[in-house]
Every structure is written in structure tokens, then in C-alpha cells.
Ligand binder design. Structure first.
Ligand code: UD1
Ligand code: UDP
Length: 365
């Protein structure tokens, strides 16, 4: 029988789809699982499938490092082949990566409806590949699973064609489902040189591909009034090496560079840090999860997650070194009380999404 197909391509998609796969399993609903291979290193991909105890993908591709356009085109061609063979009744994608747009486009061109998890986010910054991907995907999706009311409003304002459901974000489900396993299993704190630390990540193309911004970040981390632990994305490591900065960064006493760590380790680092410095999307949301509740300085000039700002968790501080340093100082001194609840939901987003799919596609299971 033709199934629902769940497609992932990168680290955050694996993490955010995990609760959905688990909800399918709990209801004994069958599905096809595809990894379209945008992320391919063990530590950016397979490590999460293992840790989150997901099934091995029914199809796995490798796309490797290409330009934005070529990467999108390769995924589109691969996905078209898989979709022609499997003929699913629905394709589920999550987020705003090139994998998401390529898969959605391949599906809609074959007349297969798309369900977009995390629909309706907008940064209004067209320099970002993610903004193209999410806007275009929303407009070719039949089912739009908006995490918040604000995301729903964005979709309504743009008059999308599909049906909109406000569900919460599955990232909160993932944190709640994994935090106690993480605290039991992770040994990451034994390897951290500092008792109190800020946790940093940075990988956005518009940031780390710009040598000036990259230097601002690195200098701010090295001079920060608190030691910084920095699990480094492969894109950023590559850019630091290209700009001759990697060795200097590795030697800094105030900065501990780690390889990209597993999800359980990352949860423990978030839980135990004083503050988070990041340009990541998912981490802005995770910081609001009840078991984490940490202040976040967003190292960007805009965010598509304004709910975290409105709730008092996040501040958008820009990409200038002095602004970042001042913001860290201020955040460490002020220690504002953070809300108990997350603006991204109650941890039941995946259950809601799967119930909607089950009622729309009752004959597919
Ligand atoms: C992609 C997404 C971004 C998401 C991020 C999650 C797009 C446009 N960007 O950015 O929205 O936040 O994933 O982490 O889809 N690399 C490796 N090994 C890997 C993967 C990547 O070495 O397993 C290196 C390669 O040099 C590659 C570079 O990182 O060229 C960038 O990878 P890519 O997937 O193109 O973009 P990300 O920066 O990871
Ligand atoms: N993450 C992780 N290990 C790391 C860095 C991040 O497990 O070293 C997790 C983090 O918990 C979050 C997701 O990866 O769930 C965020 O991925 P990323 O920042 O790469 O992508 P974005 O959310 O910006 O698309």
C-alpha cells in the first residue's frame, strides 16, 4: 500500500522529525523514511539516527558539498526517482533547508501532496537561503503545520493555498522526550574545561561565509567575560581554515572548540550553560523548552522566531563584535527571570500532526 513518506536531509530535520516518527510508531502506522543526504558526515547525520533510536532510512542518498543551486538540483533529481518508485500519498518535510524545498518541489511536480512541518516562519531577510526555501515550500504545500499563531498569521497574510493547522513545534517534544536520557547517559561535562560557561554555535551562510562577521564572532568568543564552549559546525571549521584563523582559535584559553556533538550531549550543554550565543534556528526554540530555559543572544540581524524574543528568552544582538560583547555582559549581569512555558508548544506537536495526517489519509495505513 502507498504510504506517507517522511523525508529528512540535515541534522535539525532528523531531530525535529524524530517525535513524528515515534508518534507513527506508537499508533502502529507504517511510513517510508528517506534521508536525502544533504548532511552526510557521521557526526551530522547517522549519530542522530542512532541516538534518537530511529529506524534506518528506507532510502539514503549522499549529496556532498555543492553550491546552493547544484545541491538543491541534485536532491530534487534523487527525490524524483524515489517518489516515482514509492508513489506515497503524502510527503512530509520539516523546516527550511535545501532538502525541504527540493523534496517539496519534486513531490508537487509529480502531483503528490506535501505536508510542511514548521510552516510559516519568516525572517524577511532574503539573503538567507532558508527564507527562500520556507516561503516557496509553504506555497506548494497542501498541509501547513504552523508551530505558532504568529506563523499562522504569516501564512494567512500570504494567502497560501493549503490547510493551516497550529500544532506547536516538535523540537519541544524532542527536548522533553530526551532530556532525562541525556542527563543519564551524557558524559560531556567531564570533558569541559570550565565550571561556568556560555554555549556557542554559529553556521549561518550569511554569517560565517562573510570573513568580517566570522572574525567578529571568533574575537567576541575569545574576549567574552565568560568562557565559551563551542561545538563547531563543519561549514564554520572550513571557513576558519580558509581564512587562516583556525589555529589561533584552537589556542584560545577562553574558548573550547568541540566537534559537532550528539543531541544528548548538546542537551546537557544547554541545560548546564549560563547563556547561549547562537545563529541557529532550532537552538532559539530549544532554549525555551521547560527543561532548558536559558537566555539566548541571537547572533544575527533578524530572526524568524520572534516568539522567543517576545517571551523574553532571546535577544537579537546583531553581528558586530562590540555589540555582542556588550550584550553578553548585560545578560550575565541582569539575570531576568524566564517564563515557565515555551511559546513553541507543550511537547505534543508530533501527536497533533500525526492525528491530522491519520484523519486525512485514513486509507493509507
Ligand atoms: C544547512 C541548512 C541550514 C541548517 C543547517 C543545519 C540550507 C540552505 N542550509 O546549512 O538551514 O541550519 O544545514 O545544520 O539548506 N559539511 C560537512 N559535512 C556534513 C555537512 C556539511 O562537511 O555532513 C560542510 C560542507 O563543507 C558543506 C558545508 O558544510 O559544503 C555546508 O553544508 P550545507 O548542508 O550546504 O549547509 P549548512 O551550512 O549545513
Ligand atoms: N545540535 C546538536 N549538536 C551540536 C549542535 C546542535 O545536536 O553540536 C542540535 C541542537 O540541539 C538542535 C539542532 O542541532 O536541535 C540545531 O541544528 P543547527 O543549529 O545545525 O540547525 P538550525 O536549527 O539552525 O537549522
Amino acid at each position: 500500500m502507498n504510504n506517507v513518506m517522511v523525508v529528512v536531509g540535515t541534522r535539525p530535520e532528523i531531530i525535529k522529525m524524530a517525535p513524528i516518527l515515534r508518534a507513527f510508531k506508537k499508533k502502529k502506522l507504517s511510513y517510508t523514511f528517506v534521508h536525502c543526504g544533504q548532511h552526510y558526515d557521521y557526526e551530522m547525520s547517522q549519530q542522530f539516527i542512532e541516538e534518537l533510536e530511529l529506524p534506518s532510512p528506507d532510502y539514503g542518498c549522499k549529496v556532498k558539498a555543492y553550491s546552493q543551486g547544484a545541491q538543491t538540483a541534485k536532491i530534487l533529481a534523487n527525490m524524483e526517482r524515489i517518489l516515482r518508485k514509492e508513489k506515497p500519498v503524502l510527503v512530509l518535510v520539516e523546516g527550511d533547508t535545501n532538502s525541504v524545498l527540493a523534496t517539496a518541489l519534486a513531490s508537487v511536480k509529480l502531483g503528490i501532496p506535501v505536508g510542511h512541518v514548521e510552516a510559516g516562519l519568516r525572517s524577511f531577510d532574503l539573503r538567507m537561503p532558508e527564507e527562500h526555501n520556507r516561503r516557496l515550500t509553504d506555497h506548494i504545500s497542501t498541509y501547513l503545520f504552523a508551530p505558532t499563531k504568529n506563523a499562522e498569521e504569516n501564512l494567512k497574510r500570504e494567502s497560501v493555498w493549503g490547510k493551516i493547522y497550529v500544532t506547536g513545534n516538535t523540537v519541544i517534544d524532542a527536548v522533553i522526550q530526551h532530556i532525562s536520557i541525556a542527563e543519564r547517559k551524557s558524559k560531556i561535562l567531564e570533558t569541559i574545561r570550565f565550571k561556568k560557561f556560555a554555549l556557542a554555535t554559529a553556521h549561518r551562510a550569511e554569517n560565517v561565509d562573510d570573513p568580517k562577521v566570522l572574525k567578529n564572532f571568533i574575537e567576541a568568543f575569545m574576549e567574552a567575560p565568560i568562557p565559551v564552549v563551542y561545538p563547531m559546525h563543519p561549514r564554520t571549521k572550513k571557513r576558519l581554515k580558509q581564512n587562516g584563523l583556525y589555529n589561533e582559535v584552537k589556542k584560545s584559553e577562553n574558548l573550547q572548540i568541540l566537534p559537532p556533538v550528539g543531541y544528548l550531549d548538546f542537551l546537557v550543554l544547554m541545560k548546564n550553560c549560563e547563556i547561549i550565543l547562537t545563529d541557529s534556528g532550532g537552538i532559539q526554540e530549544e532554549a525555551t523548552a521547560p527543561p532548558i530555559r536559558k537566555p539566548v543572544l541571537v547572533l544575527r540581524i533578524s530572526t524568524e522566531r520572534p516568539e522567543a524574543v517576545a517571551a523574553g528568552f532571546a535577544k537579537v544582538v546583531g553581528v558586530n563584535k562590540e555589540d555582542i560583547l556588550k550584550a553578553i555582559e548585560r545578560a550575565l549581569n541582569s539575570r531576568e527571570k524566564l517564563p515557565e512555558k515555551s511559546p513553541y508548544g507543550d511537547g505534543n506537536a508530533a501527536k497533533r500532526i500525526v492525528e491530522i495526517i491519520e484523519s486525512e489519509f485514513a486509507n493509507a495505513f
